[in-house]
Design a protein around this ligand. Structure first.
Ligand code: ACO
Length: 430
């Protein structure tokens, strides 16, 4: 990392601010001394121009539509790798050797069971509880079960906590689903790979044998790879902020899950599917395109546009291919939702409004169709996202804890409330 400097002039006072240059991507102006030198803060609601940390994990070039995990293009990882390999890469910075991979897979697999008393948590929820509500509660509750991995100053305990969460998320997610649909919990089975095991825990029932479909398992594994990390998005920043106070890792990941739940973040795939269902048939697309372009109509094309990607979301391309694979495998020849999606995409990509605003399909545009075809209800979509993103959150949290310059995260504000005033008793208030 090289550095140079810039000068900021405020009134008639000039201050030198270092410019830091990363490996690729925009440089940053280091304003950490700005307040001390000028008595001023910077103002950046939504953090659109603020880099909150240095990171070696994930790189996005939104203009070019590039996503790299530890330098590797997402397309190559999704095509050739598997999810646990991606987890290893995100956590340790390098792809594993065959021996490292076997050891990592073994360790994750042996941590998949949850404490039996966790079952009682589930029975405390209403059956119609949203599975994300259950996930926030149960992942937070892990800190009440695993006291031997909450000391964040101990690297071994941090590693054990990381393994536990990556391993137990599928089990908890499947339990949330089973509870929701009123079926008995299915315990993990160690001879299955990570994603096949998850599918079995979701869809097996005691009444008959369940055979994992390898095409669906591979497709879901790829979906997990696509969602594994996305640098400093809202939920990841939430995890880092929670962790900066020294909170235990289970509590931090629970905070990330809570943030992901919001419709502007992890909930968009559900919205995209609902929109495709509402459009229903390709002949109604022009009506919805017109609504999306109408300034007086709040409607937006769900699954289109992205804060960072001003080009085709590279994950959306892979997702689209995966959707076709899954529908073919399931023998769904004519899915009206897919017909609508394909045509809508083609029309929008040729439309001046979408071209000018650089609005392209994002990962959520096709993921809902795929997950629905696999048998997941819409309420589980964000849970699957949380399952996959857990490794990204943990990698980012670990990087922060290991950073010697790490301090508690504490943004400042521009105060616009009442100036100082004196208390008046109730009797005196008019
Ligand atoms: N349909 C129609 N118009 C759109 C859309 C859309 N999907 N997205 C943005 N625009 C327009 C806006 O109206 C705005 O127009 P204007 O400049 O004339 O006012 C312009 O494009 C810029 O939009 P902003 O909202 O300022 O862009 P921002 O970066 O804040 O928002 C967001 C990005 C939230 C993703 C937005 O594109 C959107 O709402 N998309 C639909 C929801 C969605 O798919 N979210 C998933 C994101 S991916 C993920 O979380 C994994």
């Amino acid at each position: 990392m090289s550095s140079s400097s810039s000068t900021l002039t405020v009134d008639d006072k000039s201050v030198d601010l270092a410019i830091k240059t990363g490996v690729i991507g925009p440089s940053v102006v280091d304003i950490s001394k700005l307040y001390g030198q000028t008595g001023m803060f910077t103002y950046d609601p939504g953090f659109t121009s603020t880099a909150s940390c240095e990171s070696k994990i994930t790189y996005i070039d939104g203009d070019e539509g590039v996503l790299l995990y530890r330098g590797y293009p997402i397309e190559q990882l999704a095509e050739h790798g598997d999810f646990l390999e991606t987890c290893y890469l995100l956590l340790y910075g390098e792809l594993p050797t065959a021996a490292q991979k076997a050891d990592f897979d073994y360790r994750v697999t042996r941590h998949t069971m949850v404490h039996d008393q966790m079952n009682r948590f589930f029975t405390g929820f209403r059956r119609d509880a949203h599975p994300m509500a259950i996930m926030v509660a149960c992942v937070g509750a892990l800190s009440a079960f695993y006291h031997d991995s909450t000391d964040i100053s101990d690297p071994h305990q941090r590693m054990v906590a990381s393994m536990r969460m990556i391993a137990k998320m599928p089990t908890l997610a499947a339990m949330a689903y089973k509870y929701h649909v009123g079926q008995p919990f299915v315990y993990p089975q160690n001879e299955l790979d990570y994603t096949s095991n998850f599918l079995r825990m979701c869809f097996a029932v005691p009444a008959e044998e369940y055979k994992v479909n390898p095409v669906l398992s591979r497709a879901l594994d790829r979906i997990f790879i696509l969602h594994a990390d996305h640098e400093q998005n809202a939920s990841t920043s939430t995890v880092r902020l929670a962790g900066s106070s020294g909170a235990n890792p289970f509590a931090c990941i629970a905070a990330g899950i809570a943030c992901l739940w919001g419709p502007a973040h992890g909930g968009a795939n559900e919205a995209a599917l609902k929109m495709l269902e509402e459009i229903g048939t390709p002949d109604r697309i022009p009506e919805y395109i017109a609504k999306a372009k109408d300034k007086n109509d709040p409607f937006r094309l769900m699954g289109f546009g992205h804060r960072v990607y001003k080009n085709y979301d590279p994950r959306a391309r892979i997702m689209q291919k995966t959707t076709h694979e899954v529908l073919n495998e399931l023998g769904i020849k004519d899915d009206p939702l897919l017909d609508v999606a394909v045509e809508l995409e083609q029309i929008a990509l040729k439309d001046e409004y979408f071209i000018e605003k650089k609005l392209y399909p994002n990962i959520d545009f096709y993921s809902g169709i795929t997950l629905k075809a696999m048998g997941f209800p819409t309420s589980m979509f964000t849970v699957l996202f949380a399952l996959a993103r857990t490794v990204g959150w943990i990698a980012q949290w670990s990087e922060m804890i290991e950073d010697p310059s790490q301090r508690i995260g504490r943004p400042r504000q521009l105060y616009v409330g009442s100036p100082k005033r004196d208390y008046v008793t109730v009797a005196q208030r008019g």
